[in-house]
Design a protein around this ligand. Sequence first.
Ligand code: APR
Length: 234
Amino acid sequence: MQTAHRSIVVLTGAGISAESGLATFRDKDGLWEGHRVEDVACPEAFARDPARVQRFYNLRRAGLQTVEPNAAHLALARLQRDYPGEVTLLTQNVDDLHERAGSQGVIHMHGELLKVFCGRCGWKRGWQGDLTGSDPCPSCERTHTLRPDIVWFGEIPYRMDEIEDVLMRAEVFAAIGTSGHVYPAAGFVSLARFHGAATIEINAQGTQVSGQFDRHLVGPATVEVARWVEECLG
Ligand code: APR
């Protein structure tokens, strides 16, 4: 499919970072790095056992230092740089691999591992090292109020107004490395289609929402995303 210089919206999920060595959520035995997601990725878990949740995210934050962006991240950064139309990158991922590959203006709808915020005063900033309950909020100076800037189950994803706006204007919508299990991201394809976008799914295998896409590239993201970007850049 030749895309004449049109606005492209790309949604990525854990599958795009898999070949960099970061675990996906639903590819294995349903455990997420040894934890049930419900035990670490929800406000109730944080209220019940904040130290366990902080440890889990500290490990994931530290893990980012050991991985690199892969060819799929680099291909999307090239698309943003060289494509003559508008390219918006939405991600469900909380890693920083898109940014390290050179992507700009990435919309992290589920938050970012390298940010923390204060549940009491709302203060938010980049954070590289471990976070513990005894770290005082630099703004309100309270302890036990800082938490990872991750959108947990039951919380509202970030920047949904902006996301809906770009999806309604999209002429091409591509979903990469996401299983279509979790809403609202799983519903983006139908919103884009409704407004006339051509849709493509790039994934290692079929997903819950494959039937809603016009086109499918099935295989590893490092191969298929690079191929699709080559095609887009003509
Ligand atoms: N190349 C392409 N696709 C891949 C690869 C790969 N190398 N490896 C795995 N995949 C695909 C899997 O087949 C799967 O369909 O990536 C998808 C990953 O799906 P999930 O693990 O469900 O991750 P994701 O869709 O991002 O999860 C969405 O769920 O737990 C929440 O907040 C969390 O953001 C996450 C959301």
